[in-house]
Design a protein around this ligand. Structure first.
Ligand SMILES: Cc1ncc(COP(=O)(O)O)c(C=O)c1O
Ligand SMILES: Nc1ccccc1C(=O)C[C@H](N)C(=O)O
Length: 416
């Protein structure tokens, strides 16, 4: 049976619009995260459902960045590498991100793009698997992957003498065998919003001595990830979506602590050297997760991210609450679409099953690109993804149930 649904149609018994308004008000009234929205720069007349592409700006970030620029850079200049904690920012902020993805300290480093970290992780994973058994000559990649991961997997496989096999994420556990060196899977599919089974796939990889590399771009900050609990080998992700780090915010790389000793970085830049300032001609890797650094960290965007993460310091903001609200929001949006949009016009590509759903709803429809243009013109900002997908991202920190209802209503106006 399919785990996706085809919303649409005012079937008898479905709630009318007035009832949906009351429900939205009630849900917003009971929302334990409602107050967090005020911390973000948002417009009241726009429904922003694109936080799964670029998260909103927390109000306090510009003040912090002004201080970094004017005082730390402008007045302290070179001293800031030590005195302002610039040099150690990748590991310090890595621990902060790690706490949000279930990683205990010392396993996450922030820096570079997700793409670069996919490369480091995948080549590192294959090298490690082949050092144990050179017959491991295959890399499996999520067949529906975000393209950058696929491109990099092809290059990483070629560089390590592996064959690359695209496999549907759901079939991955059954496809891994003794020839598999590494698997690269998206935790949440960027196009459909499907949540892939991290525990089962990772366990299957380990059964065969392969390493699992997870791309957390669409799950970090949206749902509990539990990297340590599931003994994930490597994980990467960006910080500009649900972590609200800003455009081009640096990405991160997780390497499980007991693998770090054996990690042989394909990009051993001077920042990962045991003694960077010894300026030695020969490379000697640094200790622990520092080995995963490459070159000079992106200090301005790193520190913008660090400031943005303060939103999570509020004891009311827990990943469990975020997840509960995310599911409630996407459930409510699907219900509103079902009640307001005529039957058969849109079809949900997002699983109904909570266990398989990320924090977005993807609706397929004819002429989706034009529909999204019209939605944006009417103040409902989602995005379009090829070939026919309307994506609506629900960031629980700042999205209201009334936003979900308004988005469905405007969709019905545009498409109905
Ligand atoms: C799953 C996934 N991986 C990777 C990326 C992008 O990586 P990068 O940070 O290198 O642009 C995105 C979105 O841009 C994504 O959705
Ligand atoms: N980094 C970007 C820069 C510009 C425009 C979009 C992005 C995205 O992040 C796209 C996103 N990864 C997606 O899931 O489609």
């Amino acid at each position: 049976m399919s785990d996706v649904t085809a919303p649409g149609g005012t079937a008898s018994g479905s709630p009318d619009s007035a009832e949906l308004v009351m429900r939205a008000e009630k849900l917003d009234g009971e929302d334990e995260l409602a107050a967090v929205r005020a911390r973000f720069a948002l417009d009241d007349d726009v429904v922003y459902l694109d936080g799964n592409s670029l998260g909103a700006l927390p109000h306090h970030v510009p003040t912090r960045i002004a201080d970094v620029i004017e005082r730390e850079w402008g007045r302290l200049r070179i001293r800031s590498w030590e005195e302002s904690g610039w040099w150690s920012a990748p590991e310090r902020i890595g621990d902060r991100v790690g706490a949000l993805v279930g990683a205990s300290p010392g396993q996450v480093v922030v820096g570079d793009s997700t793409s670069v970290n996919v490369f480091k992780a995948l080549v590192g994973a294959v090298r490690m698997a082949q050092a144990e058994d050179p017959r491991r000559i295959e890399v499996l990649v999520d067949a529906a992957t975000f393209p950058t991961d696929g491109y990099l997997a092809e290059s990483a496989a070629r560089m390590t003498g592996c064959a690359l096999h695209p496999v549907a994420a759901a079939d991955m556990p059954a496809e891994i065998d003794h020839r598999t060196a590494a698997v690269l899977v998206n935790h949440v599919d960027y196009r459909t919003g499907r949540l892939n089974d991290l525990a089962v796939t990772t366990r299957a990889a380990h059964h065969w001595g392969a390493h699992a590399v997870w791309d957390l771009c669409h799950s970090a900050g949206a749902l509990p990830v539990e990297l340590d609990r599931h003994r994930v080998d490597f994980a990467v992700g960006c910080t500009y979506k649900y972590l609200n780090g800003g455009p081009g915010a640096p990405a991160y790389l997780y390497i499980r602590s007991d693998l770090q000793e054996r990690f042989d970085s394909p990009l051993p830049g001077w920042n990962s050297h045991a003694e960077p300032f010894a300026m030695e001609p020969a490379y000697r890797p640094g200790e622990g997760i520092t080995k995963a650094r490459v070159g000079t960290p992106e200090i301005l965007s790193l520190l913008a991210l660090e400031a943005a993460l303060e939103v999570w310091d509020d004891p009311a903001v827990t990943i469990e609450r975020v997840r509960a609200k995310s599911l409630a929001l996407t459930d409510f949006f699907l219900e509103c679409v079902g009640a307001l949009v005529p039957e058969g016009v849109v079809e949900s590509a997002t699983p109904l099953d909570h266990g398989r759903r990320g924090s977005q709803v993807s609706l397929r429809c004819a002429g989706a690109a034009g529909v999204m243009e019209e939605l944006i013109a009417r103040g409902v900002v989602g995005d379009f993804r090829e070939p026919d997908v309307l994506r609506f991202g629900f960031t629980p920190l700042y999205t209201r149930f009334s936003d979900a209802l308004r988005a469905a209503r405007v969709l019905a106006e545009v498409i109905g």
